[in-house]
Design a protein around this ligand. Structure first.
Ligand SMILES: *Cc1c(COP(=O)(O)O)cnc(C)c1O
Length: 217
């Protein structure tokens, strides 16, 4: 399949999931998860109309950000070491993986304000990125006190399960937590399960392989 065919197929899946849940497709933002993909693939996706990209590593992202037009919205979706958080905030528009005070302290030294999502370890998995549900309330206060983060909502990766239906309860749990915390955005759902995530209220889906094909290693 060409990138264009993949892109059309993903947009169709988004539209179908929106229809099934009576949502306006404009309420769902497709974030192209472009880690390991070459700049040429991002440029081709951009030319097809894709304007939001998610990258996992700062060093990999910087040349891509420099190479693409300036109207792209860049989401940081990887694990963010605090010693790289200021530079990440300088380069990205959205940081989706907030989980520590040390990150916030560094982001507050940035030259600009970023939109921020708290990453939640929604299934309480051992050694998984993100905060346990129990710590999110307390950390939210820190995010709200940050001078350079505009709190937008919650993000989760969730467990890797064979059946997307099994993800539904986790997506629902994130939505309920988000509703309680006044979250506007919910970033959840990837190539295998974003349809279910949209039905459960995702505002942002992060899609890699379904858009680009298998990731080059
Ligand atoms: C790679 C990645 C994705 C996309 O995964 P696919 O299964 O390829 O769609 C989404 N979110 C995060 C945080 C990722 O690292």
């Amino acid at each position: 399949m060409s990138l264009e065919e993949r892109y059309r197929a993903v947009l169709q899946r988004v539209a179908k999931a929106c229809e099934a849940s009576r949502r306006d497709p404009s309420s769902v933002t497709l974030v192209a998860a472009s880690k390991n993909q070459p700049v040429a693939a991002l440029l081709e996706m951009y030319d097809l109309g894709q304007k939001e990209f998610g990258e996992n590593r700062l060093q990999e992202a910087l040349p891509k950000i420099a190479a693409l037009p300036t109207d792209v919205t860049w989401h940081f979706i990887g694990r963010l070491q605090s010693n790289k958080a200021r530079k990440a905030a300088d380069a990205f528009d959205v940081i989706q993986t907030l989980e520590s005070k040390a990150q916030l302290r560094e982001i507050d030294k940035s030259c600009k304000v970023v939109d921020g999502l708290i990453e939640v370890n929604i299934a309480d998995e051992f050694q998984k990125n993100g905060l346990s549900v129990d710590y999110v309330d307390e950390f939210l206060q820190e995010v709200l006190n940050s001078t350079h983060v505009h709190f937008r909502g919650l993000m989760t990766v969730g467990p890797a399960l064979d059946d997307p239906e099994k993800m539904r309860m986790y997506f629902r749990r994130l939505r309920e937590l988000g509703e309680r915390l006044g979250s506007q955005w919910l970033s959840m759902g990837m190539s295998g399960d974003f349809d279910v995530a949209i039905q459960e209220g995702a505002t942002h889906v992060r899609v890699g392989t379904a858009l680009f094909g298998p990731r080059p290693q």
